[in-house]
Design a protein around this ligand. Structure first.
Ligand code: PLP
Ligand code: COI
Length: 365
């Protein structure tokens, strides 16, 4: 089956420059959407077809659309950044395309070819380029997603799907900017088990996380941290982010550890990038297991100095305090750590074209 080319049918009524600029001045996260979107249909026996860039608009849906009942839906998140020279580039879109395929396989959806995924993102960013902010750390967040399009109540993989890409200008994910967040170690709820859907970006994972996020808020915390589902002991990840732990070693050097991919946590693209950036900066950066006890005391990695979370939406966000049913402590001095901020700067400089791109991660448009 061939990959369709995207037919361009953009809106003839885009927002005015003044309206768009007013939004870009304070975009928030996920509140405003650009003028257009890309839609591609998949039908059993025919494959991907009818790839179009069309005006951003509501979808019309039958109440018995299978997605609404059995949640066959996956999504991705990646960003387009204004570069130092004024051009626009996305960050590692092929990595998102590949993870989208992994997610699709896990819940019996068809895979979007990598070149179609990237072409859809490119077409939308190209058309709505004026929506890529050029100030500070703001960017254009792309949200590719796929839903079932078959109507019916039988529980089975659908015979028709829609792949859609929308885009939303994004400022800081957390209203406090780089203010450290407080986290709640959830013991009652678990996010995922090995063999489940934790390593896939399915909508259902996020639905299942909301009650734990609400529990975190009830305890005065910004975010939930998930522990492993079997021993309730090993740190897995945070709401929509992976975690990193920064240790001081006896010789004064720093060691950076992120929980290993056990099959139940999401393999973050920011996480993967930071393992490499940290090594480029001369740090020892490894994947390992970190227990809740290790979070409170020195261990074989050294003395814990800093903890931060990372993800596309939230970039790098320091963790300032930790709370569980029995404990409550401040992480370091509660302020953003030196290594955290150094890695954050290095990542953003690379993404915005202010630093070299030794790994060839940027995808210019
Ligand atoms: N973990 C979860 C549950 C997420 O939703 C995300 C966000 O995509 C991440 C981690 C970080 O992944 P990435 O760095 O690819 O955005
Ligand atoms: C992302 O960083 O893309 C996420 O998925 C986090 C959240 C908005 C779901």
């Amino acid at each position: 089956m061939t990959t369709p080319t995207i037919e361009l049918k953009p809106t003839s009524h885009p927002l005015s420059d003044a309206e768009r600029e007013a939004i870009l001045a304070s975009p928030g996260f996920g509140r405003h959407f650009t003028d257009n979107m890309v839609t591609v249909r998949w039908t059993e026996g025919r494959g991907w077809h009818d790839a179009q860039l069309v005006p951003y608009a509501p979808l019309s849906m039958d109440p018995a659309n299978m997605t609404l009942h059995y949640a066959q839906t996956i999504f991705e998140g990646l960003k387009a950044y204004r570069q130092a020279d004024g051009t626009v580039a996305t960050f590692r879109p092929e990595a998102n395309a590949e993870r989208f395929q992994t997610s699709a396989r896990r819940i019996a959806m068809p895979e979007v070819p990598v070149d179609l995924f990237i072409a859809a993102c490119d077409a939308l960013v190209q058309q709505d380029k004026a929506w890529v902010p050029s100030t500070g750390e703001a960017s254009l967040y792309l949200r590719p997603f796929m839903i079932a399009a078959e109507v019916g109540l039988g529980v089975k993989p659908a015979n028709e799907y829609l792949f859609i890409v929308i885009a939303s200008p994004a400022g800081a994910y957390f209203p406090g900017g780089v203010k450290p967040v407080s986290v709640w170690l959830s013991e009652e709820y678990v996010r995922a088990v090995k063999g489940g859907t934790g390593a896939a970006k399915t909508g259902g994972n996020y639905a299942a996380s909301l009650v734990a996020q609400a529990e975190a808020a009830q305890h005065g915390c910004d975010q939930v941290v998930w522990l492993d589902a079997v021993e309730h002991r090993w740190i897995e990840e945070m709401g929509g982010m992976n975690l990193y732990f920064v240790y001081a070693q006896e010789d004064g050097s720093r060691k950076i550890v992120t929980p290993e991919l056990t099959g139940s946590l999401l393999p973050g693209i920011t996480r993967d990038s930071l393992l490499k950036i940290a090594r480029d900066l001369g740090y020892e950066a490894v994947e390992g297991r970190i227990s809740t006890e290790d979070w409170k005391r020195d261990n074989e990695n050294g003395t814990l100095l800093e903890v931060f979370a990372c993800g596309t939406a939230a970039v790098i966000t320091p963790v300032g305090s930790v709370k569980s049913a029995r404990h409550h402590w401040t992480q370091g001095d509660g302020e953003p750590g030196e290594v955290t901020m150094k890695l954050r700067r290095a990542l953003l400089d690379l993404q915005t074209g202010q630093a070299p791109d030794p790994h060839g991660w940027m995808h210019p448009l």
